[in-house]
Design a protein around this ligand. Structure first.
Ligand SMILES: CSC[C@H]1O[C@H](OP(=O)(O)O)[C@H](O)[C@@H]1O
Length: 359
């Protein structure tokens, strides 16, 4: 059984406070949109898919507990639209929350116009829409795992493959199973994984604190390295691939992901190691033509100057703390692994457009 970032039943949403891992495993109640926004902004919950799921479920819980006695269809539609816009503002780079806000907002607008729609029926529709995200994300991740494992084994040409991964893309970043970590889980289940090297991923340490925790929890063969060790490791690896997650993959395949991903891709290119991005279509944004248009979140300097509240940097030093960088599509040499299959960056837009027509 994997770790659970999100625990939900109708009327109750709990998140695992990831700021406390791995020392403490503490679930916290999310009872409102405000609670959801704050949990996302402070990164108690993080990961592109998990952000959207917790955001939408925080709305579902508030609607369920607040009830709709004083609501009209119009006032409820406005409350939902305002709440979704607010949730989007918590973290700008990952597209999942913005996509969910756009799709749920459109769904509610259509439902509100439907003959016989009432505040009660509209509320039920919103809650059910949000709840469906959990199962869909888990299903997408298992599909990503299968497509990715199959593609790697066909192209790496080794009995077992070695993976380098960055940040955390597992059950702690999604509804479960994970994206890049989902491919790793699938390879391990098939007995075809040699070892995973996970980078610590400064400054939030998603790798050291979260990915290492997930891999040890499931006894998947893993080794923790610092971000600065990657090129030296690549020099000595055979039969390896890099697989990372994504916060926003745009139309030409340029990908925003955790800071440090870009230099990982440069090192992989230099060493001839295939570089993959694993992402559900919910993390893809075909409205942006290239990565130069992606907004990169900058976070508080304390995340760099302090570790667990202890100052490690010289007091008063200036800090630059972008949470993400953009890897150009030409460095994504292995492909983009989605729930619909593995696409070369140049094939992504057409592939996802075609797949969406069949859904
Ligand atoms: C499947 S999670 C995708 C993505 O989200 C993480 O960022 P953060 O921890 O700041 O939310 C990281 O970039 C992962 O690759």
């Amino acid at each position: 059984m994997s770790l659970e970032a999100i625990r939900y039943r109708r009327g109750s949403l709990q998140i695992l406070n990831q700021l406390l891992l791995p020392q403490q495993s503490l679930y916290e109640e999310i009872g409102s949109v405000e609670d959801g926004w704050r949990a996302i902004r402070t990164m108690k919950v993080r990961g592109a898919p998990a952000i959207a799921i917790v955001g939408c479920l925080s709305l579902a819980v508030e609607l369920h507990t607040k009830g709709n006695a004083e609501q009209t269809v119009g006032s409820l539609e406005k409350f939902v639209a305002d709440s979704l816009r607010y949730l989007e503002s918590a973290r700008p780079t990952a597209v999942n929350m913005a996509r969910a806000a756009q799709e749920l907002g459109h769904f509610v607008h259509q439902e509100a116009k439907r003959e016989g729609s009432t505040a009660e029926s509209l509320q039920e529709s919103v809650i059910s829409w949000a709840e469906a995200m959990l199962d869909k994300d888990l299903k997408d991740n298992r599909s990503i795992g299968e497509h990715g494992a199959r593609h790697l084994l066909q192209h790496i040409g080794k009995d077992k493959v070695t993976i380098i991964t960055h940040c955390n893309t597992g059950s702690l970043a999604t509804a479960g199973y994970g994206t890049a970590l989902g491919v790793i889980r699938s390879l391990h289940a098939m007995g075809r994984l040699e070892k995973v090297y996970c980078t610590e991923t400064r400054p939030y340490n998603q790798g050291a604190r979260l990915t290492a925790y997930e891999l040890k929890y499931e006894e998947i063969p893993a080794c923790l390295i610092t971000d600065s060790m990657v090129a030296a490791l690549m020099k000595q690896l055979v039969g390896a691939a890099v697989i990372v997650g994504a916060d926003r993959v745009v139309a030409n395949g340029d990908t925003a992901n955790k800071i440090g991903t870009y230099q990982l891709a440069i090192a992989a290119k230099y060493h001839g190691i295939p570089f993959y991005v694993a992402a559900p279509s919910t993390s893809c944004d075909l409205t942006l033509e290239h990565g130069g248009k992606i907004i990169i979140e900058e976070r508080p300097s304390e995340e760099v100057t302090h570790i667990n509240g202890v100052q490690v940097a010289a007091p008063g030093i200036d800090v630059w703390n972008p949470a993400f960088d953009v890897t150009p599509h030409e460095l994504i040499t292995g492909g983009i692994i989605t729930e619909f299959g593995v696409f070369a960056p140049a094939e992504l837009k057409a592939g996802l457009t075609q797949a969406a027509k069949k859904v």
